[in-house]
Each structure stands twice: as structure tokens, then as C-alpha cells.
Design a protein around this ligand. Structure first.
Ligand code: PRP
Ligand code: URA
Length: 211
């Protein structure tokens, strides 16, 4: 279901797994596993329109013109920590992708994103970059990650999340109108602590069993 630059991935498998994930009784193990599975399904959707180019190969019977994805390998850019939850699932579909790690945490008082780590391939300008984070709440983390990646040359960017708040979507689109978004759901609103409602709680804590 595309809405301007936002695509809500309403595939039944994604919606089914998302409901399992939201359940507060889901174990850490189950949460990680389902996030991984959803990552795989979202990878399928977000790469749906990647441009192809012709390539000549030989089957055991004769030469033929096949098609392959154009250009250099993709970059997957998880925002630490929770974005890592998508990584293995996505890499299982795009195993040659490069990985950029973007270390940001949300200050609990100001809700501003604080950078603590950044490591990316040097040729971001030549690659499509998929930025990964399950949660788009205030969008401060997503905007900071895109600022960092663009400052290092990236210009072909896509953002992939699981849940988005309407407030965060509006802020994101004002800051980075060129970057399309894929999400599994748009929830109701943010609460006074900047948490997505109904949401799923703190994604990083639920993934890693911290609190
Ligand atoms: C969470 C989440 C996003 C961010 C979203 O990370 O994974 O990165 O909050 O909120 P925002 O849109 O308001 O910026 P958190 O800072 O809790 O770090 P963690 O992933 O290490 O737990
Ligand atoms: N980060 C999370 O992990 N959950 C939210 O609801 C908001 C930010």
C-alpha cells in the first residue's frame, strides 16, 4: 500500500508476525527470531524496484541473456542496536551486501539522538543504502543517521522500519523528503516519553533482554 513516499507493507505474513512481536509475553528468543523473519520479508519488498541490467550467460543448453541487479552491491545500514535485528534476515536474501553500522542512542530526557559509532564503506556515493531501524518514533535517530550517511556521500537511500508514528513520519519527510520509507505499520501516536503507541515497547531491550 504505497502512500506518497511511504509504503506500508501489508503482506499477511508481515502483519501476522508483527502481531506476534507486539505481544508483551513474547520471549527474547522469539522476539529476535520474528524480527529476523520480518527483516527478510521487508528486504523482498524494499528491493522490488531495483533496476536490472542484461547479462549474457550460458545455460547447459545455449547462451542466453539474463538479468542482474545493476550497479554495485547494496549497503545495509542498521542503526544500533535495534536495527541489527533486521540484518541477518536481510543478509540471507542479499548475502553480498556491504554493512554500515550507525551507532546512535536516544537520550531519554531530550529524545535527541546521540552518536557513538559510525563505520561505513568509503564508496557510499556509488551504492544504494538501506537504512534499518525497527522504530521510527520522533524520527530523531533516523534523521541523524541519514544526515551522517549523506555527509559521507550517500544519495540513493531508503529507510526500512517496522513501526512508525505519524509524528515521526511527518518530521522525517520534512527533513529528508528524498528518502522513501517502508514500514509494516503506522501506529496511533507517541506518548509523553516518546514511545510509539500501541507499539511494542523498547525494541532494543526486547531484542537483547536488557532493561
Ligand atoms: C530506539 C530505536 C530507534 C530509536 C527510535 O533506539 O531502535 O533507534 O529509539 O526513536 P526516535 O525515532 O525517537 O529517535 P534506542 O535509542 O532506544 O537505542 P537502542 O536501539 O540501542 O536500544
Ligand atoms: N524506541 C523504541 O524502542 N520504542 C519506541 O516505542 C520508541 C523508540
Amino acid at each position: 500500500m504505497p502512500m506518497g513516499r511511504v509504503t506500508v507493507v501489508d503482506h499477511p505474513l508481515v502483519q501476522h508476525k508483527l502481531t506476534y512481536l507486539r505481544d508483551k509475553n513474547r520471549s527474547t528468543k522469539g522476539f529476535r527470531q520474528i524480527l529476523n523473519e520480518i527483516g527478510m520479508l521487508l528486504a523482498y519488498e524494499v528491493t522490488r524496484d531495483l533496476p536490472l541490467e542484461p547479462v549474457t550467460i550460458e545455460t547447459p543448453l545455449q547462451p542466453m541473456e539474463g538479468r542482474q541487479i545493476q550497479g554495485k552491491k547494496l549497503v545495509l545500514a542498521p542503526i544500533l542496536r535495534a536495527g541489527v535485528g533486521f540484518l541477518d534476515g536481510m543478509l540471507s536474501l542479499v548475502p553480498s551486501a556491504r554493512v554500515a553500522h550507525v551507532g546512535l542512542y536516544r537520550d531519554p530526557d531530550t529524545l535527541e539522538a546521540v552518536e557513538y559509532y559510525f563505520k561505513a564503506p568509503s564508496d557510499l556515493a556509488d551504492r544504494t543504502v538501506l537504512v534499518l531501524d525497527p522504530m521510527l518514533a520522533t524520527a530523531n535517530s533516523a534523521i541523524a543517521a541519514l544526515d551522517l550517511l549523506k555527509a559521507r556521500g550517500a544519495s540513493d537511500l531508503r529507510f526500512v522500519c517496522l513501526l512508525a508514528a505519524p509524528e515521526g513520519l511527518a518530521k522525517f519527510q520534512a527533513a529528508h523528503p528524498d528518502v522513501p520509507i517502508w514500514t509494516a505499520a503506522i501506529d496511533s501516536h507517541l506518548n509523553d516519553h516518546g514511545y510509539i503507541v500501541p507499539g511494542l515497547g523498547d525494541a532494543g531491550d526486547r531484542m537483547y533482554g536488557t532493561r
